[in-house]
Design a protein around this ligand. Structure first.
Ligand code: SAM
Length: 204
């Protein structure tokens, strides 16, 4: 990892996604998390304070070790055990049907092979498990989507691999997960090309 991705990017992430409004959406996204939970793309641990009491144990993974001291403090403050792993979501080292809940917030935009990661999510979820997601992605407005396509190359550099234009609902369904609930909204006070959001729950 370079200086930008180690020091600057995680602080930008904290500023952009750690404020009051994104935190309110995190609480909404995680409200149904319960039991054995897996979170992919853990980042700097901003979800930790947003999990409900029903979580028994949280396993988190991310290929990068971002802001390790801050993350350690957040983990220490959690009211449930947290296990960390430095791994890609495309190949999960867990047995099938292990988790009650899998969580992804602002991560499907970045995972190089999101379809493979979603296939793994489906595999590790119990038959009655839930995939909870809160993601930005492709707009349904074709003019906006074309601008997202145009600016995607630059975003991938600034956002350390983040894509503006992924159709999150199609990716989730394409992996064989059933979308049980989906809310589309524009994140307030966010540049238009990044504002298009998908908040939902999918089942196996
Ligand atoms: C925009 S950040 C979001 C962090 C966190 N989920 C949040 O809500 O604040 C995207 C995260 O995806 C992680 N990531 C990148 N490639 C990944 C992969 N192949 N598997 C899992 N996570 C990945 C990045 O390291 C980064 O922490």
């Amino acid at each position: 990892m370079g200086l930008y991705s180690t020091y600057i990017f995680p602080r930008m992430l904290e500023l952009a996604l750690g404020g009051r409004v994104p935190t309110e959406y995190r609480h909404q996204a995680l409200a149904d998390a319960a039991g054995e939970v897996l979170e992919i793309g853990f980042g700097t641990g901003l979800n930790l304070a947003c999990y409900p009491r029903a979580v028994a144990r949280l396993t988190v993974l991310d290929p990068e070790r971002l802001l390790p001291k801050k993350v350690a403090r957040r983990i220490a403050a959690a009211s449930f055990p947290v296990e960390t792993a430095f791994l890609d979501a495309e190949r999960l080292p867990f047995e099938s049907a292990r988790f009650d809940t899998v969580v992804s917030t602002w991560t499907l935009c970045t995972i190089p092979d999101a379809a493979a990661a979603l296939g793994e999510i489906r595999r590790v979820l119990k038959p009655n498990g839930r995939f909870l997601f809160l993601e930005h992605g492709r707009s349904d407005d074709e003019r906006v989507a074309r601008r997202q396509d145009r600016w995607n190359g630059l975003q991938r550099v600034i956002g350390c691999g983040c894509n503006l234009n992924r159709p999150i609902d199609a990716l989730v369904s394409g992996a064989g997960l059933r979308i049980a609930r989906l809310e589309r909204f524009l994140m307030p006070r966010t540049p238009r090309l990044l504002a298009e959001h998908y908040l939902g729950c999918a089942t196996v």
